[in-house]
Design a protein around this ligand. Structure first.
Ligand code: PRP
Ligand code: ZN
Length: 283
């Protein structure tokens, strides 16, 4: 059995469970328990505080863990490998009371900054030549200025609503982060084997999300040009239509170039363009 650690509650919990679900892995229990087995995959899921996950993965309490890159970098553990998961995007930022006059980073000199990320913040301040006092606290950082515990804060920002509700504004980005898969350094062959099966599924889900399946009708005299803007998995599938002079073209288009491709297809006379989400994509 492969042991995976995920966040017990917080920003990454829901997306982590969803990722497993999309990989076809259903859990027996929710996060009310410390751990849960899976019905149909040799996986045991542990629910931990995100801050503890790097240590547990390093020590082999868990074999792998889904955790924010921010937490992983802050804890600087000896961990094999990280694999970006493409969700849980956020920023580690410095935020100040919204009515504070803030012009440049030098305005932070002499201030007291509350944070749960003292090591990342310290490196940032050193790099920017700022001399400020770091006050480490482990939770509810956003209320620190309001109760006189610090002048400003350095914390994670995702939607920005926590800052807004607490009368703070974001002024400097220390780090951009997303959820990653952290992997223990010395997995047994058997566990490596299960991990590679899991990674195949994760990849299939991730790739599918970044791609769309499109089906369109193309005039035959433009087929060559249309095929040229549609790479597909190998090349587009082209099938003649019952109506003379027209063909049906099917292909996979990457999200990054999606609208660009659609515009070109329209210019080349494509009609009846259907865009279909892909559930899994194994390349
Ligand atoms: C972070 C951070 C803020 C919140 C910001 O918490 O500490 O409280 O997310 O999100 P927002 O900009 O969308 O309001 P996290 O989920 O990492 O939980 P934790 O700090 O309790 O580990
Ligand atoms: Zn946390």
């Amino acid at each position: 059995m492969l042991k995976i650690a995920i966040q017990k509650s917080g920003r990454l919990y829901e997306d982590s469970i969803n990722l497993l679900k999309e990989c076809g892995i259903e859990l027996n229990n929710g996060n009310k328990q410390l751990k849960s087995g899976a019905y149909n995959f040799p996986l045991e899921v542990y629910f931990f505080r995100d801050d503890d996950i790097p240590q547990y993965v390093q020590d082999g309490v868990a074999d792998i863990g889904i955790v924010g890159e921010n937490v992983l970098l802050e804890k600087a553990k000896d961990i094999e490998q990280v694999y970006r998961l493409g969700f849980g995007r956020c920023r580690l930022s410095i935020a100040v009371p919204k009515n504070m006059q803030y012009q440049t980073i030098a305005d932070l000199n002499g201030l007291k900054i509350a944070t749960a990320y003292s090591s990342l913040l310290q490196n940032f301040l050193l790099e920017k030549n700022v001399d400020a006092e770091i006050h480490e606290i482990s939770g509810s950082v956003e209320i620190a200025p309001g109760i006189g515990l610090a002048d400003v804060i350095c914390d994670l920002v995702s939607s920005g609503s926590t800052l807004f509700t607490n009368g703070l504004k974001e002024v400097e980005v220390v780090l951009r982060s997303e959820a990653v898969l952290a992997i223990n350094k010395s997995l047994s062959e058997e566990k490596k084997n299960i991990l590679s099966k899991l990674l195949l599924r994760i990849n299939a889900v991730k790739t599918a999300k970044n791609n769309k399946y499109i089906i369109l009708n193309a005039p035959n005299d433009q087929l060559k040009n249309i095929a040229a803007v549609l790479p597909g998995m190998k090349s587009p599938t082209i099938v003649p239509l019952a109506e003379a002079g027209w063909s049906s073209v099917q292909s996979v288009v990457n999200e990054n170039v999606f609208w660009e491709v659609i515009e070109k297809l329209k210019e080349l006379g494509a009609q009846g363009i259907l865009v279909v989400p892909i559930e899994k994509m194994i390349v």
